[in-house]
Write a protein that binds this ligand. Structure first.
Ligand code: GLN
Length: 484
């Protein structure tokens, strides 16, 4: 059963070939067997199995939806009622969420089972899952390498078949980059497509939740549940949700695929480049037409992001003060001392670095020089995409400049770490949908991800373009050795 996709599991559950309780138990067993991966922060078998029993009752009554009974691992950034929700931080190590995020609520309503809360970089700040207070996550393709981040636990869980699918969040690449490094399909929806309510905020104008799955078909099934307007999120858009599974098979002959010159230059690993070239060949065989496009400001995306994201984070993270919930320093003199000790002890080094950068960029004397300037750059970066999309329907390129790197390789060099997201970050700055799909392996057997970027709210097309590729390739079916 563990080898089946979400689509196949849903079918088996409806045909009553297996129960949700059996399925959930099988994945819980694998989670404890592969504990060394450190993919989960919290597992609560009783809660998961209670949900599975309820799903079985629904299935018995014939009231099942497409995901009823399917266990889904949830990134520990989503509040789930009664579940410990830590966001990878010590400061929330004792926080039991008193309500469900909209995403969790929607999965619950669909009858899916919360399989546990996955490990992540602290407050989703990172590209390697090494900033988690709960320890690093191993990449099942090479346990000494990182699974990417910040949704590294979700990535490792699905890649190692500890869960059929998971959620992630992506502020600058945190769904796509870990998907690329672990051979998964990951989709970051357009900004405003998926509710951020109950999803702990990192950089509110960039954060977006989305699915991490093995196939584009599964991503469509999850997005069908996650997408939609939410009055509780003022940035969610009131726009109809198409059935993303309905158009997966659409013909892509004549599709104009844009290749941004800037995504194939210096810094791109040669083996990654070769795999992307090969994928372009597959698309040509499927009838797509390749055009060259330009994204001239893309080199400014990383510096622009590292002003804006920390600025927003410094504001968002001011709520963690030890007063109403979360960790509080055990000893302090007065209120100010309590705040400062709580935050000094509760946050890790990367989070503190971001708060300092953000506070500096927003301070009265530097606001115009940094924050305002970065906002203007953001507009230019978004305009580049608008122009590029006059010439093409989707943009194609690498997701990450390299395959998975060894743990510790970039921890002393934040800028090297930040460059992991060089191809993904501009997509968040523009608010566009982006996807990573498996596209081959390097000589060491590590997965390579192909990125597809779409027009606003064109998730259906991205999923279609990804699905067509997956019909003629089998990269996405490969299982890490030892985990089959
Ligand atoms: N790696 C980027 C960062 O550290 C993006 C993280 C994310 O998308 N959450 O901020």
């Amino acid at each position: 059963m563990i080898e089946k996709t979400v689509a196949e599991l849903a079918k088996a559950l409806r045909a009553r070939e297996i129960s949700s309780v059996e399925l959930t138990q099988a994945f819980l067993d694998r989670i404890s067997r592969y504990k060394a991966l450190n993919a989960f922060i919290t597992v609560d078998a009783n809660r998961s199995l209670a949900q599975a029993r309820a799903a079985d009752a629904r299935l018995a009554k014939g009231e099942a939806g497409p995901l009823t009974g399917v266990p889904i691992a949830q990134k520990d950034i989503f509040c789930a009622d009664g579940w410990r929700t830590t966001c990878g931080s010590k400061i929330l190590s004792n926080f039991i969420a008193p309500y469900d995020a909209t995403t969790i609520e929607k999965f619950n309503a669909a009858g899916a089972v919360v399989l546990g809360k996955t490990n992540m970089d602290e407050f989703a700040m990172g590209s390697s899952n090494e900033t988690s207070f709960y320890g690093p996550v191993q990449n099942p393709w090479d346990v000494e390498s990182v699974p990417g981040g910040s949704s590294g636990g979700s990535a490792a869980a699905v890649a190692a078949r500890l869960a059929p699918a998971a959620t992630g969040t992506d502020t600058g690449g945190s769904i796509r980059q870990p998907a690329a490094l672990t051979n998964l399909t990951g989709l970051k929806p357009s900004y405003g497509r998926v509710s951020r309510y109950g999803m702990i905020a990192f950089a509110s104008s960039l954060d977006q939740g989305g699915p991490m799955t093995r196939t584009a078909e599964d991503a469509a099934l999850l997005l069908n549940v996650m997408a939609g307007f939410d009055p509780r999120d003022s940035t969610s858009l009131e726009r109809p949700v198409p059935d993303y599974a309905a158009t997966l098979d659409a013909d892509i002959r004549g599709l104009r695929v844009g290749l941004p010159r800037e995504y194939f230059g210096e810094g791109l690993n040669a083996e990654v480049a070769r795999a992307i070239e090969a994928a372009i060949g597959e698309y040509k065989k499927l009838g797509a037409q390749v055009v060259e496009v330009e994204l001239p400001n893309s080199k400014l995306a990383v510096p622009c992001y590292y002003v804006l994201a920390p600025a927003e984070a410094s504001s968002n993270l001011s709520r963690f003060d030890g007063v109403r919930y979360g960790y509080r320093a055990p000893e302090y003199d007065d209120l100010i001392d309590m705040y400062s000790k709580t935050r000094a002890e509760g946050f890790g080094a990367e989070v503190k670095r971001r708060i300092m950068i953000g506070t500096y960029a927003l301070s009265a004397g530097y606001y115009d020089a940094y924050y305002l300037k970065a906002q203007k750059l953001r507009r230019l970066i978004a305009d580049d995409f608008t122009r590029a999309f006059e010439k093409c329907d989707v943009i194609l390129g690498p997701t990450s400049p390299t395959t998975a790197f060894k743990r510790g390789a970039k921890t002393d060099d934040p800028v090297a770490m930040y460059l992991s997201d060089i191809y993904t970050i501009s997509v968040n700055l523009a608010g566009l949908p982006g996807m990573s799909i498996p596209a081959g392996f390097d000589i060491k057997g590590l997965p390579i991800g192909l990125q597809l970027i779409g027009k606003y709210f064109d998730e259906a097309r991205l999923l279609n373009v990804a699905h067509r590729y997956q019909q003629v390739t089998d990269w996405h079916d490969r299982v890490p050795p030892g985990f089959d």
